[in-house]
Design a protein around this ligand. Structure first.
Ligand SMILES: *Cc1c(COP(=O)(O)O)cnc(C)c1O
Length: 224
């Protein structure tokens, strides 16, 4: 069930904080998305390729679709024609495949690199060293990777009520973002996105330097 009051308040709060709201609509019906769309929301996030493709075909074409889940290389082709931003790139192989499918569609696809910041085994992503390794390959092959653009970092904090711990994890991502913005991406203004923060921790994320939050249950209610 969509609560438009909650959306409006959140929208205003995030606009004041210069933070983009991604409404995470996974497992929710197209009718819920349409209700938020009619209120003015344009950025939506999905985790499953088949579900995203079905919704994209059914809903207005000016929606900006964010793929926020773990993406398998063999599925990139299905979303490449329309996806707005891929949040969770965690290997050079995936980056190369996104470039290839973007080229097949005569477009450039924006992506974020997923940084592993949580204290849990279950989450995907790369640590600082793995990101630097990926960027080394990327820089070496940059002439062959013109159809993909790395626009920032994405991360998920530990699932804990310990706000200090969550804050430290987000700060680690933000510090590394700043390092990359001053080195590999020096003078590249498109490298600007810190996609951190979900329903439970978005305020902490904004305080720690987020400028893009991915919020599901707070807007759409809990998922089964
Ligand atoms: C589901 C999901 C979200 C939204 O989580 P909520 O707690 O429902 O706000 C954000 N980011 C990712 C990567 C997700 O998979």
């Amino acid at each position: 069930m969509i609560n438009l009051e909650v959306w409006k308040k959140l929208h205003d709060e995030l606009t004041d904080a210069n933070t983009t709201l991604i409404a995470v609509s996974k497992k929710k019906p197209a009718s819920d998305i349409k209700a938020l769309y009619d209120a003015g929301q344009r950025d939506f996030g999905e985790n499953y390729v088949q579900e995203l493709v079905a919704k994209q075909q059914e809903l207005p074409t000016d929606i900006q679709w964010h793929y926020i889940g773990h993406l398998q290389s063999n599925k990139v082709k299905y979303i490449a024609p329309f996806v707005h931003l891929i949040h969770a790139v965690d290997s050079f192989k995936l980056l190369k495949e996104i470039n290839k499918q973007a080229a097949n569609n005569n477009r450039t696809i924006d992506v974020l690199l997923q940084m592993y910041i949580a204290d849990e085994d279950t989450k995907f992503g790369m640590d600082e060293k793995e990101i630097l390794d990926l960027l080394e390959y990327y820089t070496a092959q940059i002439n062959d990777l013109k159809n993909v653009r790395i626009c920032g970092l994405m991360g998920m904090a530990s699932n804990t009520s310990d706000t200090e711990k969550v804050k430290a994890e987000f700060a680690r991502l933000h510090n590394f973002f700043i390092h990359l913005a001053e080195t590999t991406f020096f003078n590249k203004p498109y490298f600007a996105i810190r996609s951190i923060g979900m329903s439970a921790d978005y305020k902490t994320a904004i305080a720690a330097g987020s400028n893009m939050v991915r919020i599901g249950s707070m807007l759409f209610g809990s998922r089964n």
